[in-house]
Design a protein around this ligand. Structure first.
Ligand code: AHR
Length: 493
């Protein structure tokens, strides 16, 4: 029996909705096929964007969408992607399979997608191979309300009103595919480029600097010291690879308990990264003005056999659901500093929400976790007092449970719980302090195989069901979770 207390009257900060952000790159079948099919496609679409994908992303309440990359962003020249679609130049997607990029999905199409799903755009600009002028003009094109060369061009291309654009990334992975820069050099480049990312016509841009890869604490130190005063957010990327080896990352399906625990242990490493990067940020920014933005995270496995290795297509199982739930709980826990996160990626790439095949679409276990957890968006984080039992595997030890609780604007309390054990149930006795609860209900995601996943022939093999057997008595909520499961419990007055 696990005893837990939720202090419902003590808020521990706001869980930004942007922790539920997504990422869409021109990579493999993410944009083309996954999102964009073109207006003439037999696949039902709105202005060229798949209706099934729009519907699913709306249902998941995606708050913010990062685009066009990733590594693609630092080779992307935005002017190639505006104007009459069939006159747009074709280029090579050098990072991802060397395939042709026809630029049919560009600025207007991306911002239309954001409008259709109700997400805020987060655009990554090109520092690695682009110019300051090009970046300045892109922002002018999108946001200037008046007469100017870029605003006039936008109008000729069919958009009279400027768009609202809040989030702008000044480069991506500039320590690697974005130019192989040293932090000292990038810090100066950041300052120069960011100077010309202007606030036109009342639009306020939130500037995000390229941050560290994983545990490159030196990068964070230099960026905060040299450029911290010029940014609103600093990014950080961390991917969960079961083997930790980029040459053979591990398989997406067909794994055993060893790979289950190693993967969950590696994903829990996210907490150490957040704590250590935040400690450096605290030194330069004790008031936490600069947010830590985890704008790429998720699982990265060997690609699905028979698919293009440059397309990063992988299946998504119950294990990915646990990875999603654990990371979201961690982001909540550190919501004072972590104020945006963008899982990689939204459709058909890495730890995707959605997979497509021709006209067919399926929702992954990861999607279901995001949809179940959306109740935490913009809610107040609540303190939970409890001690998790531990699971030993090999020389390593991980907690059996990952938990988070919040109170939404209507006063409803939500408790999300992941049971990491592949074999053991978890039985809870939860005391609720500081609130009156009259009603409890829950949703559960689990399966009888650790690698359970949805396929196009069986798209509902794993999906949320109602959590049965919740008992509410004298302010105590009791429930039992099966092994390898993710649940969200709703408590209402
Ligand atoms: O998400 C795939 C790639 O991973 C991105 O393009 C890059 O930023 C990262 O290395």
């Amino acid at each position: 029996m696990i005893k837990m207390t939720i202090n419902a009257d003590a808020s521990k900060g706001t869980i930004s909705r942007n922790l539920y952000g997504q990422f869409a790159e021109h990579l493999g079948r993410c944009i083309y096929e996954g999102i964009w099919v073109g207006k003439d496609s037999p696949i039902p679409n709105t202005d060229g964007i798949r209706n099934d994908v729009i519907g699913a992303l709306k249902q998941a309440a995606v708050p913010v969408l990062r685009w066009p990359g990733g590594c693609f962003a630092d080779e992307y020249h935005w002017k190639d992607g505006v104007g009459p679609i069939h006159e747009r130049p074709r280029m090579i997607n050098n990072n991802w399979g060397g395939v042709e990029e026809n630029n049919h999905f560009g600025t207007h199409e991306f911002l239309r997608l954001c409008e259709l799903i109700g997400a805020e755009p987060y655009i990554s600009g090109n520092v690695g191979s682009g110019t300051v002028h090009e970046m300045q003009q892109w922002v002018e094109y999108m946001t200037f309300d008046g007469t100017s060369p870029m605003a006039d061009w936008r109008k000729r291309n069919g958009r009279e009103q400027p768009w609202k654009l809040t989030y702008f990334g000044v480069g991506n992975e500039n320590w690697g595919c974005g130019g192989n820069m040293r932090p000292e050099y990038y810090a100066d480049e950041y300052r120069r480029y960011a100077t010309y990312v202007r606030n036109y016509s009342g639009n306020q841009i939130y500037k995000i600097a390229c941050g560290a890869n994983e545990d490159n604490y030196h990068w964070t130190e230099v960026l905060m010291r040299e450029a911290g005063a010029y940014m609103d957010g600093l990014s950080m990327h961390y991917y969960t690879l079961p083997t930790g080896d980029w040459k053979d990352k591990g398989e997406a399906v067909g794994f055993g308990t060893e790979e289950w625990y190693v993967t969950l242990s590696k994903t829990l490493h996210m907490e150490e990264l957040i704590i250590k990067h935040s400690a450096i940020m605290d030194k330069y920014d004790p008031d936490k003005k600069v947010a830590l933005i985890v704008d790429e995270w998720g699982t990265w496995y060997n690609v699905e056999p028979g698919t293009n290795p440059g397309f990063l297509y992988q299946q998504n199982t119950l294990r990915d659901a646990l990875v999603a739930g654990i990371n979201l709980n961690l982001f909540h826990q550190h919501c004072d500093r972590v104020r945006m996160a963008n899982i990689a990626q939204v459709v058909n790439v890495l730890q995707a929400m959605i997979l497509t095949e021709g006209s067919r679409m399926l929702l992954t276990p990861t999607y279901h976790v995001f949809e179940m957890y959306k109740v935490h968006q913009d809610a107040e984080r609540l303190e939970i007092v409890f001690d998790s039992p531990k699971i030993k595997h090999g020389d390593d030890e991980i907690p059996q449970l990952s938990v988070s609780a919040s109170r939404d604007a209507e006063g409803r309390i939500h408790l999300s719980v992941c049971n990491l054990s592949h074999a053991d149930d978890a039985e809870f006795r939860t005391e609720l302090r500081g609130c009156n609860t009259a009603k409890a209900s829950g949703r559960l995601l689990t399966a009888n195989r650790l690698d359970a996943h949805n396929t196009f022939d069986s798209p509902e093999t794993i999906k949320p069901v109602s959590l049965e057997g919740i008992v509410l008595k004298d302010g105590i909520v009791s429930f039992r979770l099966p092994p390898a499961s993710v649940a969200v419990i709703a408590l209402e007055g």
